[in-house]
Design a protein around this ligand. Sequence first.
Ligand SMILES: *Cc1c(COP(=O)(O)O)cnc(C)c1O
Length: 327
Amino acid sequence: MQNKVYRLNLAQLPTPVHELKQLSGALGGPEIWVKRDDQTGLALGGNKVRKLEFLVGDALRRNCDTLITAGGPQSNHCRQTAAAAARHGLKCELVLGGNPPPIPNGNLLLDLMLGANLNWTTRERRNLVMEEVAEGVRSRGGSPYLIPVGGSNGLGCLGYALAIKELCEQLSSCPTFNTIVVASSSGGTQAGMVLGARLHGLRSRILGISIDNEKLPDVPYQQELARIANEGAELIGAGVTFQESDFEVEYGYLGGGYGVLGDPEREAITQVARLEGLFLDPVYSGRAMGALVDLIRKGAIGRDESVLFWHTGGCPALFDYAVELLQ
Ligand SMILES: *Cc1c(COP(=O)(O)O)cnc(C)c1O
C-alpha cells in the first residue's frame, strides 16, 4: 500500500475459516464454510473493525481527537467505532437515528460502556447532525474526524480488499469457493471484496445480499458499490476500475425492511445456533443466511458447489431482539 494510506492494527487477524458440516448436511449440500469476521476481536468483533484500521489510522495521522459517525440505535459500526476511539484515546460522538429507548440494550448499552457521547436525531437528519456535531467540536477547539455511515468510503473498503488477500492465504486449508455470500448494506464490505478479488486474482462469485435498499433512493446500489471500489483503487494507485455490473446483489430478501426481524431471519438464526453453536445477528447475517438457505432450497446455488458464508458479526444486537426472537 502506498503511504497515502496508513493502517492501524485493531483487529485480530486472520479470522478463522471453518466448515459448517451440520448445516450442509441438513440442507443436503452444498459444502458451506464460514469466515468468522464476527471474531475480529475488538469489542465483540464484526466487519467494521477492518475498515476502522484504515479510517482511524487516517484520523490519527491527521491529528484528529474526536471520531464522529452515525447509524441506527443498534449500529454495530457505531459500537466498533466507539471501541476504536477508546483504544486510541480519542473522543467519540455517535449520531443515532431513532428514539432513545427507556433501557439501552445490545449495542446501545455497549456504546455507553465505551464512553461514547450519543446525539439522537431522525434517520434523515443524520448527516446534517454529524456536521453540526463536528462544528461543535471545532468551536471547542477540538479536531473532528467524520466517518460515513458504515465506514463505507474508499479508504474503509481497503480493509475488505485486504480481507480477500487474507482469505487467499487461507485457501490451502479450505476449498476454492464457487460463491461467497455476504450481507451488504452501506457497501464498503462488498466493494472492498470485489476490489480485493480483482487485485489478488480470486475467481469466486461474490454475492451481496441486500439488507436494506431504502438508504440510497437516488443512487442505485450497484453504482454506489462501484463508486466506493473505484475510490479505494484510486487511493492505492491500483490502476483498476469498476462498473455497476461488477457487483452482484440479490434484492429478494429485504423482508419487512431494515432491522425488522421476520420468519426467514428467525429461522436462520435458530437453525444455525442449534446445528452449529454459532450465533448470527438479527439485522444482517441472519437475513443473509436466510437468503443463502432459500437460494440453496430453490437450486439457485447448486448442491455440488462450495459456498463461503462471510459472517460480518452483529451478535450484540441479539440482546435487543428477545421479544422478536422468541415469537
Ligand atoms: C455494517 C454491517 C454489514 C454490512 O456491511 P456494509 O459494509 O455496510 O455493506 C453486515 N453485517 C453487519 C453485522 C454489519 O454491522
